[in-house]
Design a protein. Structure first.
Length: 612
């Protein structure tokens, strides 16, 4: 055994002890706060059931919550997305005020009847305390990144009683299709410590028993496996619908009510209206338990003697309205409710085991909405046991694929695309992909199948036949193209009270301005290796995107339009490398007036501006 080998092992032990010394106190504090939060949540729920008239104060509570965030919340309003952003690109950090703000506002949301969860609160408690500890220990940016991930693991593991799932969730949630293994040990220590300390305070979690397959050796049932796979598709699509509806309605609220405190007032009134229109309060709060045995609850969906087909849809509507309007909490427990209710309904329709399918929906809809199939599979094992591992993994994996490039956390980055790998730029966020408007896997698949079927039915005629069958006309005109080289980190100046983390990237602003100017084409190209303006050669970072790696915005139009565009936006472009290229625009038309654009290669490059 060599001296170098021993030195390396001692170095690893030293690193482990260092992280344990930093993470354990933080995770213990997060576990204690989660215990306080869960206790307060139970008391708030009991009070709401005891005093039903509290529902009428929901709009007032929402106005108060939004007003406090508007006055003193500032960047804390970003919630889980702020934490994910700070892990990807460390900046000002996560403010410590996020912890008390989210704890109190979530309890108020549940006290007055909002349909929300608790995961968002736990994650924000963890992220806030982790950031504070990182600053206290004077950790560098890479170490603070790992500490924030450990904070997520501690909060998630403590609030759900699933420490291993909490650790894997923190590793998996940041980047779609990629796990951040460098934080493996800190996240494991944090999740186990947070869950253990939460239990020490006397907090216990609801047990969800699945009788199917328990105690017997596993034997694959092919028919049941196929039914689980089909249910997984449904779970994935519902997860996508939940995420996209939430984001779309949130955008609508912002457009209709620029002053944020007005949004939860209207949202609260809508919730009250739905309660009286439907004649039920069953879809308020968490939905884990109810003093009324007839009410639909998560635990009740595991009971095969019940028959419930639409609770998943009603809970989705109540939750989307509550959270998009600005009330606080989380999406996960409502997603558990929606998934368990949907699994229950599917099982009732096809004659499958109800308790099994309720459990599959419980974890698979969350896997679809959060893009964390491995963490949700492990959560299923921790909650339901290992007897149905194959079915749990199948449901979670298929749901993940069929949810498309959507999710409840828009700051997630695309590491490995689920589809259209050549069309999605590397390491972009779900927020950017959503605005680009990439198709979901099911849409893309159907499009491809349709094109293949059409090609199979159509016999390709010879060139002579084509000339006889069609009348083509070719016209061309001179156009030009400019390529603008810049860095992805460059942003537009913040407007008003908007913080830097929410500022629009400069490359996106240029594309939008080109659209407003009526130019023909504008696209942004991300790169993997290179330099610009005599600068340093930069490489693509697989785990953390490199904000210094040069990218290119390409705009096509007539030369005078391009010159006017560059002059108009000189303030943004004065230090950028800008290249002009002469091109020809070809228009091909036939009897059906089909038009397409062909841009040939050209070596006729001409520099408009190069400040370097």
């Amino acid at each position: 055994m060599s001296f170098a080998y021993l030195t390396g092992r001692f170095s690893q032990i030293g690193t482990l002890l260092k992280w344990a010394a930093a993470v354990i106190p933080m995770a213990a504090a997060v576990g204690s706060l989660c215990a306080l939060f869960l206790w307060a949540l139970d008391r708030a729920t009991e009070t709401r059931f005891e005093y039903p008239f509290l529902l009428f104060a929901l709009p007032v509570a929402g106005f108060f919550i939004a007003l406090v965030y508007h006055w003193i919340g500032r960047s804390a309003e970003g919630g889980n997305n702020l934490i994910v952003d700070q892990i990807h690109e460390p900046g000002a950090g996560v403010p410590l005020r996020m912890a008390p703000l989210i704890l109190v506002s979530t309890v108020l949301t549940h006290l007055f009847g909002g349909s929300a969860g608790r995961e968002g609160t736990a994650v924000q408690l963890g992220g806030s305390l982790a950031s504070a500890v990182g600053k206290a220990f004077r950790l560098d940016s890479s170490e603070i990144r790992l500490m924030l991930m450990a904070g997520i693991a501690a909060g998630f593991g403590a609030v759900f009683g699933t420490p291993i799932a909490g650790a894997v969730f923190a590793l998996e949630v940041l980047t779609v299709g990629r796990i951040q293994y460098e934080a493996l040990i800190p996240c494991l220590i944090a999740a186990v410590t947070g869950d253990w300390v939460c239990h020490l305070w006397g907090i216990h979690h609801v047990a969800y028993p699945i009788a199917f397959g328990s105690g017997a050796p596993f034997e694959l049932d092919i028919k049941l496996f196929a039914e689980v796979a089909v249910a997984g598709i449904a779970f994935g699509l519902i997860g996508q619908i939940f995420a996209e509806t939430s984001h779309g309605l949130q955008t609508l609220w912002k457009r209709l009510f620029p002053f944020a405190p007005f949004r939860p007032v209207v949202g609260g009134l809508l919730v009250i209206g739905l309660v009286y229109a439907l004649g039920t309060r069953s879809y308020l709060g968490l939905g884990v338990w109810s003093p009324n045995p007839a009410d639909p609850t998560i635990l009740g969906f595991f009971d095969p003697s019940r028959a419930d087909y639409w609770s998943w849809l009603l809970k989705l509507v109540f939750t989307v309205i509550t959270l998009s309007a600005g009330f606080k909490g989380g999406e996960v427990t409502p997603l558990f409710f929606i998934g368990a209710a949907l699994g229950h309904a599917i099982a009732q329709l096809i004659g499958a085991p109800v308790d099994l399918f309720a459990g599959l929906g419980f974890v698979a809809v969350f896997a679809a909405a959060s893009n964390t199939p491995l963490a949700c599979t492990i959560m299923g094992l921790e909650l339901f046991g290992a007897g149905n591992t194959v079915y749990i993994a199948t449901a979670c994996f298929i749901a993940y694929v069929f949810s498309g490039h959507s999710g409840i956390y828009l700051s997630q980055r695309i590491g490995v695309p689920k589809n259209d790998a050549g069309l999605i730029p590397p390491d972009v966020s779900l927020r950017e992909v959503r605005e680009i408007g990439r198709p979901a896997p099911v849409t893309s698949l159907l499009d491809r199948l349709g094109r293949q079927a059409s090609a199979a039915r159509t016999k390709t005629p010879s060139i002579k036949d084509q000339e006889m069958q069609f009348s083509h006309a070719l016209t061309h005109s001179d156009v030009g193209m400019i390529r603008i080289y810049l860095k992805p980190r460059e942003k537009m100046p913040s407007k008003g009270a908007r913080s830097l983390w929410s500022s629009r990237p400069l490359y996106r602003e240029l594309v939008l301005e080109a659209k407003n100017a009526g130019l023909m084409n504008a696209v942004a190209h991300h790169t993997h290796y290179g330099y610009s303006n005599h600068g340093k050669v930069e490489d693509f970072g697989s785990e953390i995107r490199n904000p210094e790696l040069t990218m290119c915005v390409e705009i096509i139009g007539h030369r005078h339009e391009l010159e006017n565009f560059v002059r108009r936006h000189g303030g943004m472009l004065h230090d950028k490398v800008i290249i002009f290229k002469h091109l020809e625009h070809w228009s091909i038309s036939n009897l059906h007036l089909v038009e397409k654009t062909i841009i040939p290669q050209s070596e006729d490059d001409e520099t408009i501006a190069d400040a370097g």
